[in-house]
Design a protein around this ligand. Structure first.
Ligand code: GTP
Length: 420
């Protein structure tokens, strides 16, 4: 029997995803028509023997109740949300809920960061884990990055023959290796005593310190720095190198990038989720929710997802964008490299356009860049345009490379601005 744990963070995480996370937790933001972590759940549900998925986070349980209920109905697997009393880091929650994870004595469990996107080759990862001749405590899914980009990730040096991780540094300050940690793992249950040791050392620190407030919460443990780094070179940690698409979901731009790739995966795995009709004109890949009303004279695609109850008027053109539930795009408007928030309205003959910052296709292994919001001169870096929820864009205006917070009624064109 196998289990999976998905780390979903909490309200204090996902800040770079604002304003899109102001009305929905980031793990539930729809990419290619499905909440981000539903892609994880789908990947788990097809693994033979996987019986339980535990979502660990510090969001109020009420925000995930409906989602968990829907997922239970849809997939033949037990799904539970376990709420941390405070953010416990990437390993603290595992330790806190260790009894739930160990219950039923699974052979192993997968751990998945809730903010990564991939086709998640879990069967292969488990097979690889099982095949290590002397047993493995952890197997890390690893991908190649460019030298410069690798500094933003957990970097590993591995033995070419045994695939053992001999050195691990999280976000190193100088170059170590282009092999990076994808935030997807298989763990053996024997990992718990290892995390337990760190937990007890932390507790001793608290007892020793004169003022307990000076030290971190005892339960706060960072998997990467406190567990993986010391495990490197012990013969217990391995890396499985993948060459498939993998990316992180950190900013709005990375959502557009992930949307494109999940839509592409649908071509082989779920063609029924892709729209293919003559009217409106569809340029693949496009996902349109069945409850959306799209005028037959509009042209949609490539790489567009349209949410539930969206209304798209005559002559509208949309490409490389995500339009969230309940949005209305009035006639002859153009939406490009943008995310249109829930229940937002774009008037007639308007133009909403952003600038993509995709990985350089000429650089092998380049990953999605997440440039800072502002450059050194304090100016907004060009990025996709994002409308928060319930924003109203008047007719005949242009919005370029801008971010608009929720509930704004714009009255003019804007360029490179954040509208608070
Ligand atoms: P950043 O570049 O700073 O975002 O670092 P990162 O990409 O390494 O991400 P981070 O380690 O912050 O988070 C990895 C995953 O773990 C994400 O899916 C987070 O939502 C999740 N996560 C982070 N901290 C916590 C935590 O305290 N509790 C839980 N349950 N999940 C967490």
């Amino acid at each position: 029997m196998l289990k999976a744990v998905i780390l979903i963070g909490g309200p204090q995480k996902g800040t770079r995803f604002r304003p899109l996370t102001l009305d929905i937790p980031k793990p539930l933001f729809p990419i290619a028509g499905l909440p981000v972590i539903q892609h994880h759940i789908e990947a788990c549900a097809i693994v033979e023997g996987l019986k339980e998925i535990l979502l660990i986070g510090s969001y109020p349980a009420s925000q995930f109740q409906q989602f968990v209920y829907n997922m239970q109905l849809r997939y033949n697997v037990t799904i539970k949300y376990l709420q941390e009393f405070t953010a416990l880091g990437t390993a603290g929650g595992l330790f806190h809920f260790r009894d739930q994870i160990r219950y039923g004595t699974p052979d192993a469990f997968f751990l998945m960061n809730g903010d990564v996107c991939s086709d998640f080759p879990l069967k292969e990862l488990y097979q690889f884990h099982k095949e290590r001749p002397n047993g493995a405590l952890v197997t890390i899914m690893a991908a190649e990055a460019t030298k410069q980009q690798s500094l933003n990730f957990g970097c590993m040096v591995t033995d070419n023959d045994t695939h053992e991780v001999t050195h691990y540094v999280e976000k190193p300050s100088s170059y170590i290796s282009t092999l990076i940690n994808c935030g997807v793992y298989t763990f053996s249950l024997d990992i718990f005593p290892v995390i337990g040791e760190i937990f007890h050392l932390r507790q001793q620190d608290i007892y020793k310190s004169e003022n307990g407030n000076d030290v971190k919460e005892a339960g706060f443990i960072q998997l990467e720095q406190e567990i993986l780094t010391p495990l490197a070179g012990t013969g217990k940690m391995f890396a499985m190198h993948i060459t498939n698409w993998w990316s992180q979901l950190k900013t709005g731009s990375s959502a557009i990038y992930a949307n494109r790739h999940y839509l592409e995966l649908y071509q082989t795995k779920h063609p029924e989720r892709l729209s293919s009709c003559k009217e409106p004109t569809i340029i693949p890949d496009v996902h349109i929710d069945p409850t959306a009303v799209v005028d037959s004279t509009s042209v949609i695609g490539p790489n567009v997802s349209i949410g539930a109850s969206v209304v798209i008027g005559p002559g509208v053109r949309i490409k490389e964008s995500i339009v969230l539930d309940g949005a209305v795009i009035e006639e002859r408007s153009l939406i490009m490299h943008s995310i249109i928030g829930r229940n937002s309205r774009v008037g007639k003959w308007a133009r909403v356009e952003g600038t993509p910052c995709d990985p350089d296709p000429n650089k092998a292994f380049a990953k999605m860049e997440n440039p800072p919001l502002f450059n050194n001169d304090g100016k907004l870096n060009p990025s996709i345009t994002i409308l928060g929820c319930s924003v109203s864009v008047p007719s005949e205006t242009i919005l370029l490379n801008s971010i608009v917070l929720p509930n704004k009624e714009l009255s003019r064109s804007i360029k490179n601005e954040i509208i608070l």
